[in-house]
Design a protein around this ligand. Structure first.
Ligand code: UDP
Ligand code: MG
Length: 339
């Protein structure tokens, strides 16, 4: 029994909506009215938890203004540095108290009006609601690369997500608690949730173009995220590599036997130097790939062993429920400046 169970249920909102935002000053003014209107329309108690992921623009102050407009329904978690979307979401999860938790991008690519669809499934008893974008609105190369990676991930992990990219998702409290207990450094939240879920379901949702600003995922961050997904959830790449190594050694052995026999029967061979080089380069390529792959896993262990915090808090702004008096909870000395 968690401490939360002991408290009165109605002290907590039914739904927590976690929204990470990194340099999103251009989209937030459009997000606020749509998000709160969509949530009001659900006629359930809710809290929105904005996580400012170490933004360097006006994101933090815009979020603060929104908190002042809707203090009872808004929590604000500000991180000191840019921890990345998934770490930011974890920070938000940590402050969420709702029985159902929804994650949503700040850029309005996930229409807030779709939250009702996810809620319906959560209320029907599903502990994880994945989403499939009906028509994806991203650049063609993102769309294409994501299809390839999606298929690859489907094969090497046991995680079956039709569409891994959409972050509009729903989780039950149990899954959130299980995710918070996992101390993985670089993780992919929907995959982790799927792993823990006993009763997952997927729904089709709309997808829109980013209302303003640019994607916060440059190519290298996307690649890193997908490496995390592959190596964080599967040992198949390592096993494939061992199998390849094994097959190659068998072939090489046969080749050596052939050369020895040939030398005894016909005499030493000449020529064919470039063929040999080609074979050698191919093998060196495979070896380098293997070392790199091993490095990915070792790197994960290294980061994990360092045990550094996944994110650093700058400040948390929320109401204290017991007395319902607006209170700013300060987690850092330099918080006072803004509070
Ligand atoms: N985001 C974040 N930290 C980051 C990168 C992104 O909190 O380091 C947030 C971003 O503000 C947005 C969501 O994650 O709310 C998805 O990012 P984005 O829209 O840039 O990704 P894309 O839709 O291009 O995949
Ligand atoms: Mg986006």
């Amino acid at each position: 029994m968690t401490p939360m169970d002991e408290l009165e249920e109605d002290e907590f909102p039914l739904i927590s909506v976690v929204v990470p935002a990194y340099n999103e000053e251009e989209v937030l003014p459009a997000l606020f009215p749509r998000l709160y209107a969509a949530l009001d329309a659900l006629e359930r108690s809710y809290q929105v938890i904005f996580v400012d992921d170490g933004s360097r623009d006006r994101t933090a102050s815009l979020l603060r203004e929104q908190y002042d407009r809707r203090p009872t329904q808004t929590n604000l978690v500000c991180l000191r540095t840019n921890a990345g979307q998934h770490a930011a979401i974890l920070a938000g999860f940590n402050y969420s108290t709702g029985r159902h938790v929804i994650t949503l991008d700040a850029d309005l690519q996930n229409p807030p009006e779709e939250i009702g669809k996810l809620l319906e499934k959560l209320e029907a008893g599903h502990d994880y609601v994945g989403t499939i974008r009906r028509e994806r609105r991203d650049s063609w190369w993102r769309d294409w690369a994501s299809k390839v990676v999606n298929r690859l991930r489907e094969r090497i992990t046991n995680i079956h997500m039709t569409d891994q990219g959409c972050m509009l998702r729903g989780y039950s409290r149990d899954i959130i608690d299980a995710i918070l207990e996992s101390e993985e450094s670089n993780t992919f939240i929907p995959a982790l949730a799927y792993l823990y879920s006993g009763n997952p379901v997927e729904v089709v949702v709309e997808h829109e173009e980013r209302v303003a600003g640019d994607s916060k995922y440059p190519l290298h961050k996307l690649i890193q995220l997908n490496f995390d997904l592959m190596t964080g959830f599967s040992l198949v790449p390592l096993q494939l590599f061992s199998i390849t190594g094994f097959l190659l050694s068998v072939l090489s052995l046969l080749f050596v036997v052939f050369l020895v026999v040939r030398r005894l029967l016909i005499g030493p061979e000449v020529g064919g130097v470039f063929t040999l080089f080609a074979i050698l380069f191919f093998l060196i390529g495979i070896m380098l790939f293997g070392i790199g792959l091993l490095g990915e896993y070792v790197g994960r262990i290294y980061v994990q062993a360092q045990g550094r915090p996944r994110y650093l808090l700058r400040r948390v702004v929320r109401q204290q429920r017991e007395d319902a008096i607006p209170a700013v909870i300060e987690d850092d000395a330099d918080m006072k400046e803004l509070a």
